[in-house]
Design a protein around this ligand. Sequence first.
Ligand SMILES: [Zn+2]
Length: 366
Amino acid sequence: MITCDTPGELEIFVALNVEETMQDKMKVLSTIVERTGIASLFRRAIAGRSGLILTLHRVLPTEEQNLCYNPHLVLSEAAFVSLLKLLQRDYNVVPLEDLLADPSGTGDHPKVAITLDDGWEDNYRVAFPHLLAHDMPATIFACTGLLDTLQLLPEERFTRLWSQCSARSTLEELVVDLNHWGMGKSKNRHLRPRHQYWSQELKRMPLSARLLLLDHLEQRYRMTPAQTRRFLTWEQVRIMTRTGLIRIGSHTHRHAALSSESDRDIRQELDDARTALRQHSGDAVSEVLAYPNGMYNRRVQDLVRSMGFKAALSTAPGFFTRQSNPLAIPRIAVDNTTVTDAGHRLSTGRASLYFLSSGLRSAVTF
Ligand SMILES: [Zn+2]
């Protein structure tokens, strides 16, 4: 017999139990996938014509994970190591360019390419030693304007501001300010107090205006500047690329959501990033672009093509095949929320299921 004092308690009780049931089902399914030959069959089915491009962001030891502003950006170090072992056993990890040139693998070993977006400092400190130990290639898509600085992603700056206003009960004031600056035109008024809604609204602003607005709001709400460096140094990039395992590509200069930018600013962002990459990394520069926030449209694709990029990676889930649009290549997001259990350990059954479902969501080939 369930007794709940208020309707609110009942809702929480139901939500928790639905969540628990889902986790139980996922556990059973994962075990079936792991212990039967299903995972191998699945890999054999895709290996003939598709490759998997994995997207990671940060790889962090357990004690640092809560410091990241967005849990969807984090994979635990322990899960990362298990992932590399899984990939070593069941897949064929190749450099991104090799997979794009020919996605087909052999037998039940599909090709996989590892990509890491943004250029976080932990890519060197935490992920790189494990990549080196497993002899696994990866491509880091960095925002060149953030390397060697104490700057934060615009998205993190807004989240810090929102959290501080929430803690000091000044969120309503912040929303009034955002409205004052011409934001928040959505008719979905019930969404207005939510962080995610405003975060998306901000991404629709050209980056230069967004940075000015963030400067103004951080001053107005007396935000303390970040004390720790978030992104790689060029020296760390050099050390990694010298091994021949790591390549570095463009994620624009300042993490610009390209579909919100003018033609001139798109060219500038891509030009600045390319100049910096060539100056610092020479031969290790990838000719592939990764769109920040996965934001692009036909106009962006035309500009990207005219600037000589061979391919561009989106954040839409799916496998890469020869039929994929080279300027909208799907990837599979790998983080604690997609492939690990509650203790942030990699579940190989869950990872296989997740990879399959990511492919099925977009595939015309299945
Ligand atoms: Zn990014």
